[in-house]
Design a protein around this ligand. Sequence first.
Ligand SMILES: [Zn+2]
Length: 173
Amino acid sequence: MGKSMHHDTTTLARYVPDLAKDKFHVWITKYHYVPMIVLGVILLALGGLPLLLWGIFLRTVVGLHATWLVNSATHSWGSRRFVTRDLSTNSWWVAVLTFGEGWHNNHHAHPVSARHGLRWYEVDMNWYGIWALKKLGLAHEVYRVKLSELRRQEEEEKEQVAAAPAHQELVSV
Ligand SMILES: [Zn+2]
């Protein structure tokens, strides 16, 4: 599996320099297993082995598989809204399992956008959470792709295709 991102503070410092300066987040990145062990001990004390298995091991396995589905399933099945240099797709069922990460073609086309679901029907629970944090003043400078800009681009592309009908034939040769 190689080096996991979640405890690689050098990589995180590049992408989230503000969090890399925050003492709590530096600590939790290094010692991410501590809350898990504490919770595990509490669950074991409260409900024995079954509660520990459901509350720690099963949810971890389900969570990891759902995460990996993003880079496997949504590079194999689904629809493609944007022409990207990869095989990324949008998949509603991966989006359901991953709270919105399944809108993966949208993500590849707009990699730094916090919002992945770009249509009203593209349910993106992660974005709703970030949006709520922003409204509460707990998240700042959240970048998201502007939907109005996107619509304008799509209109322009449609007009270009309509203006040059022979273009597609040339490309497919
Ligand atoms: Zn991808």
